[in-house]
Every structure is written in structure tokens, then in C-alpha cells.
Design a protein around this ligand. Structure first.
Ligand SMILES: *Cc1c(COP(=O)(O)O)cnc(C)c1O
Length: 484
């Protein structure tokens, strides 16, 4: 841990910077601390005890009025993050798609902070923009889009990508929407999601101005997949009410249970009624990178647009969302505005300024996290990662069943919703068990209502979680349960 010097003479901060020697010194110490965390995350309790008063006192401990030494400042921040956070890099974190960030992405975020390329205009950061374009193009091809049609943009996350999808769908259906807004649309636009889809789509509807009540929630079948017949019936009912169906979202790997909607029949319905088909593959889209498992999301190329989060299964640090589309004109139609003060050097070239292509304006070089991961690990490395985690998930299912647990969900993805048979009759049992597991500090799991049963949920979301880790989880569960 850092030692706070009584009076720091070693570091001089003039003109808003440290001198170069001081900087290298600070860097070197920081790297030691960060490496220490990477090596020893396992030794920490997975989750903290939550005492807001204590945490606020800690946050207020050092003054803002006058500077403290860099040692003291960094030591304080690191101590706070170690003590008061769920340690998602811990191999016993079976949580909500928050990965242990892999090293290339960590390097990328550091490089990005130092070079700080401005991604709004191509001419300010041509390497960075073209690097992102390459990632977008190759990823689009992995999802089955014909290369010349692939377009897309990096986003802050899946929520922004889903919002982008809705805005594109609205702009395609109602060319007057971008300028005139919803008041120019004479019918109520509505969109369709399944009961298990991500709630960011509800937020998207609200902020797009069509209202949260424009979201039609379609019933799911026994394995939490959208029922195409129910979708068709709802569209018919909406047409009869003089509503305008705009978009349907197929979730390719739901957040709760990992259900993959059957996109084929949904695509047929979308085609028939002229709806924009969006595939929310924020998590599950990663299987497109696996030679062995890509068939699990067969048909995703039929989608007009796709959400994919690099900060989930492919383990780059947050936030790295991606929006992909096979309609190369739609992003410009949705977002292009011209601003007199923007750089024009690239005027004569065939380039797209990213700010005309996305919700964001000034933006960090998000794509470097994926670009550098691909340089260092290759598509090959990602293929191996996805396959291994699917197999670790299968192992967890087998070992849980072996220990007498019931599995309540059905998915090929490494998400397991499980419990005891009596959980069906005792809705509080899973939460009670979950809390005890969290209190033990030995693992992080959650509770998810799966087909009407409150079940425990464990997801393999950390590349360091292996066979030994899952055996450890099953053992922890047994011990915590026995202790009562
Ligand atoms: C996580 C998730 C989102 C939201 O993505 P963020 O990156 O958290 O904004 C959307 N859809 C699905 C299916 C998700 O799992």
C-alpha cells in the first residue's frame, strides 16, 4: 500500500502536469498496484458489505481544496476500489455478463487516454476511425452480412446500440420523423419485444419520443423464447387499432436465462409486415465468433441491425457496445447534420465523419479495445474463449445436477438458472440462499425468475473461471445450504 509522505517534495505539479521523472515514477508504482490486483483478485471477498455511511466517509476522507500527493491520491482510490466493489475479475463471480477484462483491452484504454484521438471527424483521427471501420466490417461478416453492405458504429454500450436501432427503424419508416418529430407521424408507432428482452428497449422508446407505452411485450414459451404466433396476433391487433408497427427485436441470448429467440419465423413476420428486425445479441452474439457454436444464432444475418457488446463475452473493459446494420445509408439518414465548425480537411475524400453516423459527437477510441484484442489474440483466440466458456457452463450444469440441483432454464449458453424442487413452492427460498452465498464472500450469484420460479442464476462470464472454479461453486452452495 502507498505510504503518504508527510510533506511531498518529490513531486512537483506546475502548469497542470507533473514533471517527466515524477510521471514515470507514478506510472511504475501504479503498474505494480494494478498487476497486484490482476494476480490477487481471487484473494479478495467477491462482494463487499454495503454500508453507505462508511463508504461516503471513505470517499470524503481526502480534501479537494488543496492537492494531496499522487501517492496518497492513488493509494486512496485503489483502496476504495478494492474494499468497496464487487470484484468481477474474481473467478467466483458468476454474474451479469461483466467480464474480467483481458489485458489487450486494458492496454488499449490506457493508450486511448494518452493519445486521446478525437473520433468525431475522420481527418482528426484517420488511423483510429479506419481501425474501427475494419473491426465493424469484419464483425459484420462474422454475423453473416455481405461485406459491401456492412455498416455500423461503436457505442457506449448495448443500451445505446438498441436506441440507435430504434431511431434507424423510425427513420426508415417515417422519413419525416428526423426533422418533424413524432408529431408529424399520424399513427402511433409501436415496437415488439419479448417478455424476456432487455429493458433498455423500453428506455429507448421513451427517449425516442414514441413513449414507453409503444412497447408491446410478447409472451414467451416454456424456454423463454418469443412466441411468433403471439407476435403476429399482437401486430394484427395493433393494425386494427390504427397503430404503426415499426420494429421487432429478437433477443439472441437473454440477460436473464440466455434464451435465444427463434429468429427465422420472427424474420418472416417482420418481412410480411414491413418491420425493422433488430437482433439484440449484446451477450449471445459472441457465439458468431466460434466455428463450433455459431449455428446457435443461425439466421442472425436476416436482421436489419444487430447489437453486440464487446464488453461482455469478449472481455474488453467497459464500455464497448457495437451497432451493426446491413443498410449502409441508414445511419447517415438518421444522424447526419452539418456543422460549420467541424474540420473539413477530408472534404474531397470518400470518408464518413463518425459524428454524422452516431448519437455521440466527441468520442473516445472505443474500438481500439477490440482492434488490439484481435491483433494480440486473433479471431482464433476469441473462438477458443467462447468454446471454452460454453463447455465450462455445460460442466457447471452437470455438476449441479450431480449434486441434486434442478436446472430451470434451457439454453446452450453458459447461464444456469437452478434451485431445489421446493423453490417452486417457496418464492423466498432462492433469495435467502443467494444472500447467504454473497455474505460468505466466496461467490457472486443472483436470483432470476425463470418460468415462474425464483431460481439461483450463475453465468460463466470470466475467462479465468475453469473446471476447478465451478467445482468450488457447487461445494460452496452445498456448505452454505447445510449451514442453514
Ligand atoms: C447487457 C444487455 C444490454 C444493455 O447493454 P449495456 O452495454 O449494459 O448498455 C442490452 N441487451 C442485452 C440482451 C443485454 O444483455
Amino acid at each position: 500500500m502507498y505510504i503518504v509522505p508527510a510533506e511531498s517534495t518529490r513531486f512537483s505539479m506546475t502548469n497542470f502536469d507533473f514533471d517527466p521523472d515524477a510521471r514515470s515514477d507514478i506510472w511504475n508504482r501504479l503498474i505494480e498496484e494494478l498487476e497486484d490486483y490482476s494476480k490477487q483478485a481471487e484473494a479478495l471477498p467477491v462482494s463487499p458489505t454495503l454500508d453507505q455511511q462508511e463508504i461516503q466517509q471513505f470517499v470524503n476522507r481526502l480534501p479537494f481544496e488543496t492537492p494531496v500527493s499522487p501517492d496518497a491520491a492513488l493509494g486512496h482510490v485503489i483502496e476504495g476500489l478494492k474494499k468497496y466493489a464487487v470484484h468481477t475479475p474474481h473467478p467466483q463471480y458468476y454474474g451479469l455478463f461483466n467480464p474480467r477484462p483481458a489485458f489487450p483491452g486494458i492496454l488499449a484504454d490506457t493508450i486511448t487516454a494518452v493519445y486521446n484521438p478525437q473520433m468525431a471527424a475522420w481527418s482528426h483521427a484517420p488511423f483510429a476511425v479506419e481501425a474501427e471501420n475494419r473491426v465493424i466490417r469484419e464483425l459484420g461478416v462474422k454475423f453473416g452480412y455481405p461485406e459491401p453492405t456492412v455498416d455500423g458504429t461503436f457505442t457506449s454500450g448495448g443500451a445505446e446500440a438498441n436506441q440507435t436501432a430504434l431511431l434507424c427503424a423510425l427513420n426508415r419508416k417515417f422519413p419525416e420523423y428526423a426533422v418533424g418529430g413524432v408529431r408529424r407521424i399520424d399513427k402511433k408507432p409501436v415496437l415488439y419485444v419479448s417478455a424476456e428482452s432487455h429493458h433498455s428497449l423500453i428506455k429507448a422508446a421513451g427517449t425516442a419520443g414514441i413513449g414507453r407505452d409503444a412497447v408491446r411485450t410478447i409472451e414467451v414459451g416454456p424456454h423463454q423464447q418469443m412466441k411468433p404466433d403471439a407476435l403476429r396476433a399482437q401486430i394484427e391487433a395493433d393494425l386494427a387499432e390504427n397503430c404503426a408497427p415499426v420494429m421487432v427485436t429478437a433477443t439472441m441470448g437473454t440477460t436473464g436465462t440466455g434464451a435465444i429467440d427463434n429468429i427465422g419465423p420472427i424474420a418472416e413476420i417482420a418481412e410480411e409486415y414491413g418491420l425493422w428486425l433488430h437482433a439484440d445479441a449484446a451477450y449471445g452474439g459472441a457465439v458468431a465468433l466460434s466455428g463450433k457454436y455459431r449455428g446457435l444464432i443461425d439466421g442472425i444475418h436476416l436482421a436489419d441491425s444487430i447489437t453486440f457488446d464487446a464488453h461482455k463475452w469478449i472481455s474488453v473493459p467497459m464500455g464497448a457496445g457495437i451497432f451493426l446494420t446491413r443498410h449502409p445509408d441508414i445511419l447517415s439518414r438518421t444522424f447526419r447534420i452539418t456543422a460549420d465548425y467541424m474540420p473539413k480537411e477530408a472534404g474531397g475524400m470518400q470518408v464518413t465523419d463518425p459524428y454524422t453516423h452516431s448519437l455521440q459527437w466527441s468520442r473516445r477510441f472505443t474500438g481500439l479495445k477490440v482492434y488490439l484484442t484481435l491483433l494480440m489474440f486473433g479471431w482464433e483466440g476469441l473462438d477458443e474463449l467462447i468454446g471454452r466458456q460454453i463447455e465450462t457452463g455445460n460442466r457447471l450444469r452437470r455438476e449441479l445436477e450431480g449434486a441434486g440441483w434442478t436446472i430451470f432454464n434451457k439454453t446452450p449458453l453458459p447461464i444456469v438458472c437452478f434451485g431445489r424442487e421446493y423453490y417452486r413452492e417457496q418464492p423466498g427460498a432462492a433469495m435467502e440462499m443467494c444472500n447467504k452465498v454473497l455474505e460468505s464472500g466466496r461467490a457472486w450469484i443472483s436470483v432470476y425468475k425463470t418460468g415462474g420460479v425464483n431460481a439461483l442464476r450463475a453465468c460463466i462470464t470470466n475467462y479465468a473461471t475453469d473446471a476447478e472454479s465451478v467445482a468450488g461453486l457447487v461445494e460452496t452452495l452445498g456448505e452454505v445450504e447445510k449451514r442453514g
